[in-house]
Design a protein around this ligand. Sequence first.
Ligand code: NAP
Length: 251
Amino acid sequence: MHPLFDLTGKVAMVTGAGTGLGAGMSKGLAGAGADLLLVDRIDTDETAKDIQTMGRKAMSLAADLSTLPAIEEVVRKGIEKFGHIDILINNAGIIRRTPAIDFSEKDWDDVMAVNAKTVFFMCQTVGRDMMKRKSGKIINIASLLAFSGGITVPSYAASKGAVAQITKALANEWAQHGLNINAIAPGYMVTNNTANLRKDPERTKSINERIPAGRWGMPEDLQGAAIFLASKASDYVNGHVLLVDGGWMAR
Ligand code: NAP
């Protein structure tokens, strides 16, 4: 492996690591040598097993990250277990689909809480530990909807716009302390998050027609970007939102 991408000896915390993109990126980082702290409110044992089979350490931390005390506890446990956190991927997220005219306050608040507020406070809590060591890589998972408004997902679009802006705001303050804060904006990916969307033949057809790569993304498609942004290779990349979308935004 090229030394710029080698994550041997690094500890990564990934939220939403039990399934989908979080599981895919966790395995990608493990493949590059990292040990993993796997956080989710669902079971992460399968991801942990896959990582251990690769010869890396993995610890499952069950948590609902909706509140600040839960965030502080999971970060404390992670640091207690592995000593420090070098890489944080804020991937846990939810989506609610309802036309804007009928959109409820609950669907607004739930989505904004996990997708935006939790991302900021995870960054702050882990950032404090990284700051002490003058080193750290934070990767926030945004979306195409950090750039465009989407259809029937108003709180999701607002929250992902916030993820892009949190990423830039923190990069502005923390780059001087040796931290790299960046984001990945995935395109249309095959996971639970898009299960309902993929049942809609009309939407699926129009989405398929716009993806230059000619297919939806798979969790493995984020591994290269995650390793890049987690490694020395990206030491002079700050506040960037990296599209991994099969070319969707180029259309
Ligand atoms: P997913 O399959 O639904 O996985 C997300 C994981 O995060 C789930 O295990 C979920 O648990 C967990 N989670 C949600 N809220 C949580 C909380 N409060 N505390 C702890 N864990 C929580 O979704 P995915 O597609 O892999 O999405 C991962 C990230 O990528 C999300 O931020 C999503 O917005 C983003 N993204 C996805 C796509 C796509 O096309 N799939 C595109 C762009 C961006 P529950 O199942 O219990 O909610």
